[in-house]
Design a binder for this molecule. Structure first.
Ligand SMILES: NC(=O)c1ccc[n+]([C@@H]2O[C@H](COP(=O)([O-])OP(=O)(O)OC[C@H]3O[C@@H](n4cnc5c(N)ncnc54)[C@H](O)[C@@H]3O)[C@@H](O)[C@H]2O)c1
Length: 552
């Protein structure tokens, strides 16, 4: 087995975080959770995460591993929290003691340190159990005062204090939310991320209302463009397309609307030649813009037409499926299918702007949304594993198990940051970006062997679990991850096991690099701590991992 490690890249900044820290008894968890609700952002309590991961209450972790052992667990989750954006994070009381990891979390965060008069803190601490640093002392109050004075300099350095002595939880939460709003941008406003392609960075704008800003964004990104060829996927017709056209028009662009059929069947050279003719017909030049609105197939085909017309017209992507938002719209790969081979003909043509408005998802069938969620889960597994904790805690709306809009925007933000980081690290897809194929060797085999009866996202869901199981057998993957993914994906309404009766020979054919030799080795991406590993193995070994039962 050949094994190659790919470390997770540094992520581009997204929205700021609100970090709530302070001494035990200061009310970090309660106030943090309430502030998150006020801000419409996800909440993560790092002590809770550590308890969940170890399956032990804090007291038991201290007993087993000592304070040093606990602090090293804490350092890991603090570093993971520093990879999330637009979230409220409550830390344990001692997290500030590790200056390096806390500084990484504080970077790009608004940090509030909850304080209270010592006697008030002691009063609050007395009312609750499970304080590992106090439970063994003869006089918890005296021990608390001693710890408090030891830690005072670290708390002072950590962030802005908020004295909660006279405040109830509601007041603390609203003060926290107010400070965050004052310091950062409107947390419910648009998210802006920069993706570094081979040329200058391009913005990805995510959020409700971003469609109405499409015109002004195009003007800023492409100041020389006069004409916008607005190509709209048949699936994305309706109010969203009208809003996009109106916004482009209001920004002074001449808009030519062009219809596209959409879907995999239209990802063809026929579509591309038709587009070339339309572009020529409306007089599109290489200083204008092609604005494409649609699913991944439409983005790929129209992007290829834009890449090749007049040797390359600037491209603006307006994805209208969740998969297109979190994956196809960012990264520069454009192309079409040829015969039975997907993406056989294509190019790299990075967009100059991406605008993702969740309003465009309103007409999307729930099954397609769920499929996109599989790619979000993949993104977290390869680049931000604490995101899985957040996803597990999200309320899902019925029918279809889809989170509400604010959560959806958050998930898109995180997934795009992770994809963008890999694209920036590897714009031409020659190395590190292969990490994003996690679960996909399996998925493509399932799609092929089922004659595409299993949609891509569902095949990816099965593939993610298989990759985790394979990784656990091969070594690098935490054996608990496979079970965890099964539970999460099932909750999201996605399959996690191979469909009954799938032809394994056809799967092997699809997985083998050399189609004539089934025993050829193929590359499988498996999760590893701090990144992924590429395993080059016989696909038959991988197949057995797919039928691996869940650990009891
Ligand atoms: N370029 C890349 O980096 C990249 C990455 C991932 C996937 N892809 C490609 O993306 C394609 C899959 O994309 P997809 O999952 O978006 O599917 P899709 O583009 O095939 O769209 C599925 C269907 O949804 C319709 N649709 C689009 N937006 C809609 C909306 N808002 N409401 C209702 N219907 C809508 C489409 O017309 C189509 O019929 C594949 O061709 C894949 O190869 C490309």
């Amino acid at each position: 087995v050949t094994r190659t490690f790919i470390a997770e890249p540094v992520l581009p900044p997204g929205r700021p975080r609100l970090v709530v820290t302070g001494f035990m008894g200061a009310g970090k968890t309660t106030a943090g959770r309430a502030a998150a609700r006020l801000l419409g952002l996800p909440f993560i309590d790092l002590d809770e995460v550590i308890e969940r991961r170890t399956g032990l209450p804090l007291n038991a972790i201290f007993e087993r591993d000592g304070e040093t052992g606990f602090r090293s667990l804490e350092r890991v989750v603090v570093a993971e929290a520093a990879r999330l954006s637009g979230a409220v994070v409550a830390t344990g009381g001692g997290a500030v003691l590790d200056a390096t990891s806390f500084a990484a979390l504080a970077q790009g965060s608004v940090v509030s340190v909850l304080t209270a008069e010592p006697l008030e803190l002691i009063r609050r601490i007395r009312g609750s159990a499970g304080r590992p640093l106090l439970d063994h002392g003869a006089e918890p109050g005296a021990r608390a005062l001693e710890l408090l004075s030891q830690r005072a300099p670290a708390y002072e350095a950590a962030g802005e204090p908020l004295d909660t002595t006279q405040l109830d939880e509601v007041a603390v939460a609203s003060e926290l939310a107010g400070r965050f709003r004052g310091a950062g941008r409107d947390p419910l406003g648009r998210v802006r991320l920069d993706v570094h392609g081979p040329d200058s960075p391009y913005p990805v704008v995510i959020g409700e209302g971003s469609l109405d800003a499409l015109g002004s964004e195009v003007r800023t990104a492409l100041p020389r463009s006069v004409l916008a060829a607005l190509v709209v996927d048949a699936g994305a017709l309706g109010p969203a397309a009208d809003r996009a056209a109106a916004s482009l028009g209001a920004a002074g662009l001449k808009v030519e609307r062009i219809a596209a059929a959409g879907g995999e069947g239209s990802k063809s050279l026929e579509t591309v030649t038709r587009l070339w003719d339309r572009f020529a017909g409306v007089g599109l030049s290489l200083t204008d813009a092609v604005v494409v609105m649609g699913g991944g197939a439409t983005l790929d085909a129209v992007g290829f037409a834009a890449a090749t017309f007049a040797r390359g017209v600037p491209l603006v992507n307006v994805p209208t499926t969740l998969l297109a938002m979190v994956d196809a719209s960012v990264g520069g790969k454009v192309g079409v299918d040829r015969g039975p081979v997907k993406n056989l003909v294509g190019a790299f043509h990075h967009p100059r702007l991406v605008v993702a408005d969740p309003a465009t998802l309103a007409s999307l069938p729930p099954r397609s949304l769920r499929g996109g969620m599989a790619e979000v889960v993949k993104a977290f597994v390869v680049g931000g594993v604490l995101g899985l904790d957040v996803m597990e805690s999200m309320a899902l709306e019925d029918p279809g198990g889809i989170p509400g809009t604010a959560d959806l925007v958050w998930l898109i933000e995180q997934a795009v940051r992770i994809k963008a980081a890999y694209v920036s690290a590897d714009p031409s897809d020659l190395g590190p970006r292969h990490a994003l194929n996690l679960g996909h060797t399996f998925a493509h085999a399932i799609e092929a062997a089922s004659d595409h009866a299993v949609p891509h996202g569902e095949a990816v869901a099965v593939g993610l679990v298989a990759a985790a199981r394979l990784g656990a057998i091969a070594g690098p993957t935490d054996p608990a991850l496979g079970d965890r993914l099964e539970v999460l994906l099932t909750r999201l309404g996605l399959p996690t096991r191979l469909p009954e009766g799938l032809d394994t020979d056809r799967m092997l054919d699809a997985m083998a690099v050399d189609k004539k030799r089934r025993a050829a080795r193929s590359v499988f991406v498996v999760p590893a701590p701090g990144g992924v590993e590429l395993l080059e193995i016989d696909p038959r070994e991988a197949l057995t991992a797919m039928s691996e039962p869940a650990t009891p």
